[in-house]
Design a protein around this ligand. Structure first.
Ligand SMILES: [Zn+2]
Length: 394
């Protein structure tokens, strides 16, 4: 009988999902030394060694692997390290973050964490754009190469080497989320063919992927809590949020909190993406302020001023008001931020199917996001995209 009951319990527990550790920010960032325990919405009996499942698998090459490219595609067929195994309880949270297998397990957990967020915004599972050739995504846990990339059938993580300190991208949630953003976009819009010189598919792809990284990061309860506690509810101080690109494999440090307009950027894809990311970020902050004001937790004049041109006096007044409200009602701040996050995430996701990847222009993409948003989110997005000179002023 005992055995039967345990089995029943295990089946029940398996339906809840499977436990993993994720570092919301790389462990060398102060305040993020400890990982969060997350439940991925996959039954434990559907995850095999690797980890692996019906949609993806991780490999950890034994020797240096050359990065994939146009003439080199998965599957990886060289010698690999033994695949990471779940603990006796079939969960993956007994693997030490210090161990080599943890890289594979962490990368896998991050990809699923991000995917499950965006699948819920989309309202359907993401079907890989390469699924005609490769049924599953191959995640390379560690390639000896200072970069990370996603492509046709793969997501490959190298190791950053700054000042002689080696930091695997497999431990970097921001980087992985950004790369998953590229895969989601291509899977939703399809692969562009014959892109013209004026087309903005690549800048939009960078902007969307940065937004995926930012919005996915805001899905860690612990991250929201830390962020709000550190800023005492004042997102105009954005600490963690603008750090999300800090160790980005792409050479620039890209900030969501930038003030760039289209007339101030070059044609280079990452640079050209900046105003779009900035408009997304500003909208999240403004929606957050609206929620706070509606619930009596912030000065209503916060809604009337241009936050990009705030003077020190106003800034100090707003900061004092939010800090006081945050002291007594921190939960309201968390609710406000999650509501703002979801309104923008949902609009971004819903816009994708309206886009033609080959003829995509940033203006058209911005209008699709506005159209998908509705209500006050649409108004704010519209005015922020206009301020950024992405869409014309009415
Ligand atoms: Zn990118």
């Amino acid at each position: 009988m005992r055995l039967l009951r345990d089995e029943a319990l295990q089946t029940g527990a398996s339906r809840l999902g499977t436990r993993f550790w994720i570092f919301p920010q790389p462990p060398f960032i102060p305040g993020y030394e400890q990982p969060d325990r997350v439940w991925l919405p996959i039954p434990a009996d559907e995850i095999g060694a690797g980890p692996s499942d019906a949609t993806m698998y991780v490999v950890d090459p034994l020797f240096d692997k050359r990065p994939y490219g146009l003439d080199r595609l998965p599957p990886f067929e060289g010698a690999a390290r033994p695949p990471a195994e779940a603990g006796p309880d079939r969960h993956f949270d007994s693997i030490s973050p210090e161990s080599r297998e943890f890289l594979a397990v962490h990368a896998y957990a991050c990809v699923h964490f991000v995917l499950s967020i965006w699948q819920s915004y989309l309202g359907r599972p993401v079907r890989w754009f390469f699924d005609q050739t490769f049924p599953r995504l191959e995640i390379v846990a560690l390639a000896n190469w200072d970069n990370a990339q996603a492509g046709y059938g793969f997501l490959e993580l190298g190791v950053s080497d700054r000042d002689g300190i080696r930091r695997p991208y497999a431990l970097n949630f921001d980087t992985i989320a950004h790369e998953v953003g590229h895969l989601i976009l291509l899977s939703e819009t399809g692969v562009p063919t014959g892109i013209s010189r004026e087309a903005d598919f690549f800048p939009f792809s960078e902007a969307f992927s940065d937004a995926v990284s930012l919005i996915s990061f805001l899905h860690f309860d612990s991250a929201i809590e830390r962020l709000l506690r550190r800023t005492r509810g004042n997102l105009l101080l954005f600490n963690e949020l603008n750090r999300f690109a800090e160790t980005s494999p792409e050479t620039q440090v890209r900030l969501a909190t930038n003030f760039r307009r289209m007339s101030e950027v070059t044609r280079e894809a990452h640079d050209r993406a900046l105003p779009f990311v900035g408009a997304i970020f500003d909208t999240i902050v403004e929606l957050y302020h609206r929620e706070l004001v509606a619930r009596g937790c912030a000065d209503s004049r916060l809604l009337d001023v241009d936050l990009r041109e705030l003077d020190q006096g106003d800034f100090d007044r707003f900061r004092a008001a939010t800090a006081e409200a945050f002291q007594t009602r921190p939960m309201i701040f968390e609710l406000a931020l999650t509501a703002a996050r979801d309104a923008v995430g949902q609009a971004l996701a819903a816009s994708l199917r309206r886009l033609d990847p080959s003829a995509l222009r940033l203006e058209g993409a911005a209008k699709a996001v506005v159209a998908a948003a509705g209500g006050v989110a649409a108004e704010l997005l519209d005015s922020n995209f206009a301020w950024r000179e992405i869409i014309g002023r009415r």
